[in-house]
Design a protein around this ligand. Structure first.
Ligand code: B12
Ligand code: SF4
Length: 501
């Protein structure tokens, strides 16, 4: 019999984004939604494909017999194909249960998603309040037209309701209730999520890392970037609220490392100063990595780098994207190469690791601009996460690619999306795809040598954490990583791919 706390049973399906990865990453966005649903008293069940790595056949047999009144599917835009398949399957077995999808897919292409799949309701942008409003209306048989922040199918038409205001005070959002997920599985794999485990001074197998979202959105509008809080005000949590969450996970799950999964963790000097001061005052004694922009730290406020280090910051990521000023302008990045190099130097001197990403393949890209980007990386002494421009729906670069004939059919393109480390569309007006890939690999090879990173040929682009596992010393100190070496090459390749964000 169906147990109903509040008259409705909600099923959430957490997809697996990278099936070959040893990493199993808690779905924080879904955790916030699940927490809101559970707190509102609805009966909730989560089918966690990522945690269990269910095959499509296993998932089908699980879903066939499940009982629920509404189902929500987790996603990224690059998961369109999968969401389409799962929604068709759900409809075939449960034709009367509405299917909802949120996150970047629901936010960036609500209409296309509703037209081209069996999804019934797209939840747009911030999900907590919208989902509860939606569930209450479904439960009380009230019209969905009154629910702000959704698009839904009705009698063959798509109805989009007015957008919902964002939660003004992010500190008021309850911490995610991770007990709704199988934490043993996630904590066991969490060691794979550390960018530089050798810096920690903790044995690899003892690492218990947790994700934490300290801010929502980003005040910038780079032309290639889309996130679910696009065009919404940038909001960051108070230092007190973040530290309280860190301490809770230390106590509850033995967390000794925090990955800040933000668009932008540190924007203002005061924000960083308050946070680092509080961590030290309260003796939190932990490690974390976060993100910032290249202009956060310069010679005049280099003290920030030192206090970050003292407070347990192991690394900061700040994206260069391109070393060419014209391309940076086209990206609307509002960054300078000089700031990037200065900040890298200051952080490195303070003992904070520096990570960056590059986006190659804008229309202005040429062999010379690619070389320019790599020469900046060499000066900054950072080996990047290399990626190609993968136009994301909802961005100016997607509109450009669509309008200029690079995306003749949107559905086909959406189905082809995946890791940005693979070049799918070449927008460059100056070089062919083959030329671009060739110069990129040559430049990666050179940088690998100059920075003495020791990456294998097959890891030059699909690298990140795994590249650290290549040094003998690293392998000896960290048991599990060593096992990878004994595995066959295809497995090694998968793991390298898996570690690329
Ligand atoms: C963790 C993460 C990942 C993890 C995902 C793990 C997981 N299971 O969640 C991994 C490493 C796998 C990943 C991969 C990629 N990622 Co990523 N990732 C993130 C990151 C850093 C954090 C996500 C998060 O926790 N957000 C915080 C929560 C609170 O926000 P949220 O997820 O948006 O959730 C809210 C709403 O969206 C909504 N919601 C969320 N889920 C659901 C579900 C339902 C049912 C409903 C109704 C509502 C709802 O409610 C939530 C609360 O308000 C974000 C950046 C960011 N800060 O969002 C990028 C981000 C999501 N990733 C991004 C990108 C580009 C990628 C890659 C394509 C990059 C690459 N290397 O190729 C790959 C995908 C590759 C592939 N093969 O498909 C983009 C989004 C692109 C897009 N349009 O989908 C982001 C926004 C970063 C950016 N600014 O570029 N990523
Ligand atoms: S790329 Fe970074 S700085 Fe630019 S809009 Fe996206 S999150 Fe903000």
């Amino acid at each position: 019999m169906l147990t109903k706390k509040n008259g409705m049973k909600v099923l959430l399906i957490n997809p697996c984004i990278r099936p070959n990865s040893p990493k199993k990453l808690l779905n924080v966005g879904m955790a916030y939604i699940a927490t809101a649903i559970d707190n509102a008293g609805f009966d909730l069940e989560i089918v966690d494909v990522d945690a269990h790595r269910y095959s499509n056949e296993q998932l089908e047999s699980i879903l066939r017999t499940k009982k629920f009144d509404i189902v929500g599917i987790g996603d990224l835009t690059s998961h369109f194909k999968w969401v389409k398949g799962i929604s068709a399957l759900l409809k075939s077995y449960h034709p009367h249960a509405p299917i909802m999808v949120g996150n970047t897919l629901g936010t960036s292409i609500p209409n296309l998603l509703l037209k081209k799949s069996d999804v019934d309701i797209a939840v747009i942008s911030e999900g907590e309040a919208t989902v509860i409003d939606l569930l209450s209306r479904l439960q009380n048989h009230e019209p969905l037209e009154g629910c702000q922040g959704i698009a839904f199918k009705k009698e063959g038409k798509i109805i989009t309701t007015p957008s919902r205001k964002i939660i003004p005070e992010v500190d008021s959002i309850p911490f995610p209730n991770y007990d709704l997920f199988e934490m043993d599985i996630y904590l066991e794999c969490s060691k794979w999520t550390i960018p530089s485990p050798e810096m920690l001074g903790i044995a690899f197998d003892d690492i218990r890392a947790m994700p934490l979202v300290t801010a929502r959105g980003c005040p910038f509008k780079c032309t290639f970037c889309f996130h679910a809080f696009q065009n919404k005000k940038y909001r960051w949590r108070s230092a007190e609220n973040i530290v309280a969450e860190m301490k809770l996970w230390q106590q509850k799950y033995g967390a000794n490392f925090f990955n800040f999964w933000d668009e932008l963790s540190f924007y203002h000097h005061d924000q960083v100063r308050k946070f680092t001061r509080l961590l030290l005052e309260q003796n939190v004694n932990t490690h974390f990595v976060g993100s910032c922009r290249s202009e956060l730290i310069d010679e005049e406020n280099a003290d920030i780098a030192i206090s970050l280090k003292k407070a347990g910051c192991m690394g900061l990521s700040f994206s260069l994207e391109s070393g060419n000023p014209e391309i940076l302008k086209a990206m609307n990045k509002k960054n300078t190469v000089t700031d990037f190099i200065t900040q890298a130097k200051i952080l490195q001197e303070a003992g904070v690791a520096t990570y960056t990403a590059i986006v190659l393949g804008y229309p202005q890209e040429s062999k010379a601009t690619i070389r320019e980007t790599f020469s900046v990386l060499e000066k900054a002494k950072i080996y990047p996460s290399v990626g190609y421009l993968q136009p994301m729906p909802g961005t100016p670069m997607y509109t450009y690619a669509h309008e200029n004939g690079y995306i003749p059919d949107e559905e086909t393109y959406l189905e082809s999306m995946g890791d940005r480390q693979d070049l799918r569309i070449n927008l460059s007006k100056h070089i062919t795809a083959e030329e671009m890939e060739q110069v990129v690999i040559e430049e990666c090879r050179k940088l690998n040598k100059v920075l003495n990173i020791n990456l294998n040929e097959n890891e030059l682009i699909k690298t990140r954490v795994y590249r650290k596992a290549k040094s003998e010393a690293f392998l000896h100190s960290f048991g599990i990583a060593a096992k990878i070496l004994e595995e066959d090459t295809s497995e090694v390749e998968n793991k390298a791919t898996a570690n690329q964000c």
